[in-house]
Each structure stands twice: as structure tokens, then as C-alpha cells.
Design a protein around this ligand. Structure first.
Ligand SMILES: [Zn+2]
Length: 178
């Protein structure tokens, strides 16, 4: 495994153990050339998946990208990392076992909504509101950019004004009752 810092090829595994839900092996690695430390994950890949974007472009399915979008929707929500990991693994497994070699970006968005619905209401609303607004015209990747920006804004506003369990601040009326 190539060192992400210096590009050296002689990195060594220092530690190897299952992730919390045992769906992956986590390896701590060290690079003898630059001293860099990093972690790699070994996971089951049932099959190669191709994502068909709205534009018609085809790209390999990227689990990390899926995970980032789920984490963005769940930012500052009281959901344990292991549950997020299980959700992402579950969605990935379902997509891989659908029997199709290709999956649309829209189907991925639907799967994320489905998963978040059972996990955290606020994250579901965050994701669904953005997803539904953009599904007609934009592809999933663009959606993720908007989602990241919106969640950051909402989180910043929540820090200043709202208790954690309140509805996303962006959805509250701007006028103040007097
Ligand atoms: Zn290195």
C-alpha cells in the first residue's frame, strides 16, 4: 500500500483488527521512509458496481463518498459511529446484491433516505429536503455539495441559538414572536 504522504511503497502493517461491527479489517500502517501513519480497511466487495449519473456518465461506486454523505446528514446528531458504519454497509450490500451491474445515482439517494428514516428523523429531513429539491435537475454529486453546505449552515446556527433536538434552524420562520 503506497504511503499517502510521501508515495513510498514499503509501508508496514503495525496492527490489524476487526472494526466494531466486524464488517471490515482495520490496519494501522506506518511508512519507514517518512514516518507517516495511516489506516486502511479491508471489506467484502460482493461485486463491482457502476453508478449511472443523471448526466448518463458512468463512474465506479464509491463507498467512501456514500459514507461522507450519510455522515454529513448526521452531523452533530446523537448517532454512534458504529450505527453509521452499519447503515453504510447495509446500503452498499443491498446495492451490490440487487442483481444489477449498474445502479442509478437516484437509487442510491432513495436508499440513503430509506436508511436515515429509520435512524434519525432530523438527518432524514435534512437529506430528504435537499434530495427532493434537487432530484429533478441535478445529479447526486451536486446534491451532496448542497447538502454539505446546508448542514454546515444549520449546525452553525444550531450552535448559536437552538437546543440540539429542535428542528433544523433553516426551516424556522425568520420573524420573532413578540
Ligand atoms: Zn511515507
Amino acid at each position: 500500500m503506497r504511503c499517502p504522504y510521501c508515495g513510498g511503497l514499503d509501508t508496514q502493517v503495525k496492527d490489524s483488527r476487526p472494526s466494531d461491527d466486524s464488517s471490515a479489517i482495520r490496519r494501522r500502517r506506518i511508512c519507514p521512509d517518512c514516518g507517516g501513519r495511516f489506516t486502511t480497511f479491508e471489506r467484502v466487495q460482493l461485486r463491482e458496481l457502476i453508478v449511472v449519473k443523471r448526466s448518463g456518465r458512468r463512474v465506479p461506486f464509491d463507498r467512501d463518498k456514500l459514507q461522507r454523505s450519510v455522515e454529513t446528514a448526521l452531523r452533530k446528531r446523537p448517532v454512534e459511529p458504529e450505527r453509521i458504519e452499519r447503515l453504510v454497509s447495509g446500503i452498499t450490500r443491498r446495492l451490490e446484491s440487487s442483481g444489477e451491474a449498474e445502479v442509478t445515482s437516484e437509487a442510491i439517494g432513495e436508499a440513503v433516505m430509506e436508511g436515515l428514516k429509520g435512524l434519525d428523523d432530523v438527518a432524514y429531513v435534512r437529506f430528504a429536503s435537499v434530495y427532493k429539491n434537487f432530484r429533478e435537475a441535478r445529479d447526486f454529486e451536486e446534491l451532496l455539495g448542497h447538502l454539505a453546505a446546508g448542514a454546515a449552515q444549520a449546525a452553525a446556527a444550531a450552535d448559536e441559538t437552538a437546543p440540539a433536538d429542535e428542528a433544523p434552524p433553516a426551516r424556522r420562520p425568520r420573524t420573532r414572536a413578540s
